[in-house]
Design a protein around this ligand. Structure first.
Ligand code: ADP
Ligand code: ZN
Length: 295
């Protein structure tokens, strides 16, 4: 009999909950609005109780969060500007309500895991997954494991060269102003140009600047992590016309230095959209459940 896992992609606006055994075997799915931890986690618990039995739960969640199983705050959300969620005990709440093991990681580490296993990252290691949406975040599979460290990577907060003459927008990150997220997440595009990113036409100068910032960040990830595949998800990445621009700019910035044919000849297959479309997050949660069940 195939195992039944619970999966949650926990986001700032909604929690997607699913029950299933694998990417082609999702038995039930629901969306719960992200309000307070009590309300949102309570509704998720009710959903999973309706779909008993479940052998393990995986949660791929917005951060910052504590993914270290030996830390006293393991499974909690760390201090966040998101009202009510600081110190929310995600793993403990589900463990005590459902009595099953709970796998827990960032949304982007979850997506990196799912893309490695079933999507665009198959056969590659390291795999870098980047999301560019309301925020910017990155997760990575390195030597077959999800990358953790002090806490988890915060790739969206990488500082970038910012020319205030070419781009007078000061950036909106509350911590760093003009870090990558402050300059290039969806809200930065909206604040800079005065309209939502999805309403800007493909020939708008916003996209060349956006591709420039993305390429600068990707160059740093390439020279530090040496990823074999870079996958870009999130709402802003849905502007698929930006990909060729990003490819050209990354090649120009690296200037032939990284001697891999993946960059010099096959960059269109190196920096790609998610193979699982918008499903990387929830399938990542499912993979986290399967991993904790095997432990
Ligand atoms: P979230 O990050 O909240 O999970 P998204 O990845 O959809 O959700 O990111 C939302 C951000 O992306 C918003 O700033 C929105 O303006 C922008 N966005 C959403 N869809 C598109 C699109 N098709 N093209 C460009 N920007 C988009
Ligand atoms: Zn920042």
């Amino acid at each position: 009999m195939q195992p039944r896992y619970g999966a949650i992609e926990g986001g700032g606006t909604k929690f997607i909950c699913a029950v299933g055994g694998g990417p082609n075997n999702i038995l039930a799915e629901t969306r719960i609005p992200t309000t307070t931890p009590d309300e949102t986690l309570g509704q998720a618990i009710a959903f999973f109780k309706e779909h008993d039995p479940i052998s393990a739960l995986g949660v791929a969640c917005f951060g910052p969060l504590d993914p270290d199983p030996v830390s006293p705050s393991f499974g909690h959300i760390l201090p966040t500007p998101k009202p009510g969620w600081t110190n929310a005990n995600i793993v403990g709440t589900f463990r005590s309500a459902l009595g099953i093991p709970v796998g827990f990681d960032t949304d982007v580490n979850g997506a990196a895991l799912a893309e490695s296993r079933w999507g665009a990252g198959q056969g590659c290691d390291p795999v870098l997954y980047l999301t560019i949406g309301t925020g910017i975040g990155g997760g990575a599979m390195v030597n077959g494991k999800l990358l953790h460290g002090l806490i988890h990577p915060e790739m969206g907060h990488m500082p970038l060269p910012h020319d205030p003459i070419k781009d007078p927008f000061p950036g909106w990150c509350p911590f760093h102003a003009d870090c990558f997220e402050g300059l290039a997440a969806g809200p930065a595009i909206e604040k800079r140009w005065g309209q939502k990113a999805e309403t800007l036409p493909p020939d708008h100068p916003a996209w060349d600047l956006e591709a420039h910032y993305i390429a600068l960040a990707l160059m740093s990830y390439i020279v530090t992590l040496s990823p074999q595949k870079i996958i870009i998800g999130g709402g802003v990445a849905q502007q698929a016309h930006m990909l060729p621009l990003i490819h050209q700019k990354v090649q120009a910035l690296l200037n032939g230095y990284v001697q891999s044919s993946k960059i010099t000849h096959e960059i269109d297959r190196y920096i790609v959209l998610p193979g699982l479309g918008t499903r990387s997050g929830i399938l990542g949660a499912l993979a986290l459940a399967a991993s904790v069940d095997e432990d």
